[in-house]
Structures are given as structure tokens and as C-alpha cells.
Design a protein around this ligand. Structure first.
Ligand SMILES: NC(=O)c1ccc[n+]([C@@H]2O[C@H](COP(=O)([O-])OP(=O)(O)OC[C@H]3O[C@@H](n4cnc5c(N)ncnc54)[C@H](OP(=O)(O)O)[C@@H]3O)[C@@H](O)[C@H]2O)c1
Length: 299
């Protein structure tokens, strides 16, 4: 069981509360949420995963991201259990498979997600990635779900700048709330074009795999001396540094996945950690920002 004093709990909650990210419709969400990919796959781990998600919500990381794809519904079912009794405190995000995002299928997918999540509405519904269904058809389906009150808003995931431009040019396209994309210290491609473009259009980005999955170790990110030195100076884990870096701009929402209370606590600590300009410069030296267009990184 992770320990956290009341003072620190209050400090984390306060910083998450005070520095929220504004969605295009004015709704404000925390800069740090919680991912759930692979959660619910192992029944023996379920209770700890549920405790972890609830601790995260208590700390103010109350945006929870899931998808019909994750464990073919197992993740959504676990989230449904985790948010029982606290649904109204949570900003709930799920995603539709591209092959289910067309006319006649999206409504069914959404209903199935709502049933597994034991709720009557999603706060945000995302197209998981672009498939063969025309974007215009997906927008129509999403807008119908909004009218019916099944979802409060919609967005996309894994769309690069050209796809986003196309989306926003379609009828209803400007009602897109976010693009959820891969973004971490070792994968900064979106800083070259997509992120500035989204800023111009006042669209916040949602950063998935902000810890580079388990790869933060393998790729030498958290063991890099620049990251370690900053972590040591602030008395936090290198993972907290990676997250603090990810949300430094104020308009990126990071959704790390943690399945233990110790991990979620370390991740929450990133909320109260602001990196100095000097520290950011050191991280830029170690992990340079892009100087040319790179295709969008996708997992
Ligand atoms: N839209 C998309 O296409 C897409 C793609 C990928 C992911 N996502 C979403 O983004 C979420 C996050 O991405 P992700 O799960 O791929 O990767 P991630 O959050 O970058 O990394 C998760 C891994 O990091 C570990 N971890 C978490 N906190 C840690 C800490 N403080 N210290 C050490 N290890 C820590 C986790 O271990 P434990 O589990 O043991 O805590 C897990 O192995 C997903 O869960 C999902 O909701 C979306």
C-alpha cells in the first residue's frame, strides 16, 4: 500500500485543480489522467488495479481513458467497477474501433461500452484511429450520439496534421475536442507540426504512452543522467520527471497507465513538479526536439 501524507495529497490535488486544460467547449480537465490499456486482463490483479484507479481519482487524476479494444471490453468492465459510486467525479473517455465507427455500428459500440462501464454517458468518445470508414460518416454518428446524450463530446486519436485538417474541413468537424496521440520525451515528432497546428486551432492534445510504456527503461529515458539528475534534485522518481515534462506546456493532457498504487502516486507527483527553464534546456539537449517533419508515431 502506497503511503501519502495529507499535506502532499492536498498539494497534488491543488496543482491539478488549478492548472486544468480547457477543451474547446470550455470544459476543464486535469493535465494528468489515467490510462487503462491491459487493465482487467488478469483477474488476480483486478482488485489492485481498481484500488489504484480510485486512488488516482482521489488525487485529482480523474480523467480515465479506456477503449472497446482493450481486452475486448475487459478494461471497460474493470473501469466500470472502479468508478462505481464515483461516476460523477470522473471524466470518462472511451474509444470506438475504426471498423465500428460507421453508420449502423457506432451506436451499438457505444451502447456496449456504456453497459460495460455501467454508466449512461461518456464524457468523451474517440475514434481510435483512422480506418476505411469516411471521416464524415463518423462525425455524423458521433453527433447523433451527442444529440441522444450518450456522449457529451467526441474526438479522434492517431490522426496526423493532414488528417486533422481534413477532419476540421468537414461539416461538424470543428466540434472535435482533442486528438489523442503518442507523445513522450523520446518521441517528440508532434512538436514540429501537429502540436503547433492544434495550438493554433485551440485543440488540446492528449498524450498517450507518456512513459513510453515499459520502454522508458529499455530506451534509456528514465536512466538518462539528465532525467536522473532532475529527479534527484526534486526528490521524485524519473517517471515523474517524464510526466512533468509532457504536461509542461499547459495544454497537453497525459494519461499514464499505472496498475499499482506506488506507481500512480509517483505519477501524480508530476502535477506538483514544475521544471525550470534550465532543466527543460538540459532535457532538450538530451532529447532534441524535431527539426523536420516526421510521420506520426503510433503504437
Ligand atoms: N489511442 C491510442 O492508440 C493509445 C495507444 C496506447 C495507449 N493509449 C492509452 O494511453 C495509456 C497510457 O499508455 P500506455 O499504457 O501505452 O503506456 P505508459 O502509460 O507510457 O506506460 C505504462 C507502463 O509504465 C509503467 N509505469 C507507470 N507508472 C510508473 C511509475 N511511476 N514507475 C515505473 N513504471 C511505471 C506501467 O507499469 P504498471 O502497470 O506495473 O504500473 C506500465 O508498464 C494507455 O493505458 C491507454 O489508455 C492509447
Amino acid at each position: 500500500m502506497a503511503t501519502i501524507g495529507q499535506d502532499e495529497r492536498d498539494r497534488i490535488r491543488k496543482s491539478l485543480n488549478e492548472s486544468r486544460v480547457e477543451l474547446p467547449d470550455g470544459t476543464r480537465v486535469p493535465r494528468l489522467g489515467q490510462g487503462t490499456w491491459n487493465m482487467g486482463d488478469n483477474p488476480a490483479a483486478a482488485q489492485e488495479e481498481i484500488r489504484t484507479l480510485r486512488l488516482g481519482v482521489e488525487l485529482g487524476m480523474n480523467l480515465i481513458d479506456t477503449a472497446e479494444m482493450y481486452g475486448e471490453g475487459l478494461s471497460e468492465s474493470l473501469v466500470g467497477e472502479a468508478i462505481e459510486g464515483i461516476r460523477d467525479e470522473v471524466f470518462l473517455v472511451s474509444k470506438v474501433y475504426p471498423h465500428n465507427a460507421g453508420r449502423g455500428r457506432i451506436a451499438r459500440s457505444c451502447e456496449d461500452s456504456l453497459r460495460r462501464l455501467k454508466t449512461d454517458r461518456l464524457d468523451l468518445y474517440l475514434l481510435h484511429w483512422r480506418g476505411s470508414v469516411p471521416l464524415g460518416e463518423t462525425i455524423e454518428g458521433m453527433e447523433k450520439l451527442v444529440k441522444e446524450g450518450k456522449i457529451l463530446r467526441w474526438g479522434v486519436s492517431n490522426l496526423d496534421q493532414a488528417d486533422m485538417e481534413e477532419l476540421l474541413g468537414l461539416p461538424g468537424g470543428t466540434r472535435c475536442a482533442t486528438d489523442q496521440v503518442l507523445y513522450h520525451l523520446g518521441s517528440r515528432g508532434i512538436e514540429y507540426d501537429l502540436l503547433p497546428w492544434m495550438r493554433e486551432h485551440r485543440l488540446p492534445a492528449m498524450a498517450y504512452s507518456p512513459l513510453a510504456q515499459a520502454g522508458s527503461l529499455r530506451k534509456g529515458l528514465v536512466t538518462h543522467p539528465a532525467v536522473r539528475e532532475i529527479a534527484d534534485r526534486h526528490g521524485v522518481s524519473p517517471f515523474s520527471v517524464m510526466l512533468a515534462w509532457c504536461i509542461r506546456g499547459g495544454d497537453v493532457i497525459a494519461i499514464p497507465k499505472a496498475s499499482t498504487e506506488r506507481h500512480v502516486l509517483e505519477n501524480a507527483r508530476a502535477a506538483a513538479l514544475s521544471l525550470t527553464e534550465e532543466e527543460q534546456r538540459k532535457l532538450d539537449e538530451a532529447f532534441p526536439p524535431p527539426t523536420r517533419k516526421k510521420p506520426l508515431d503510433i503504437i
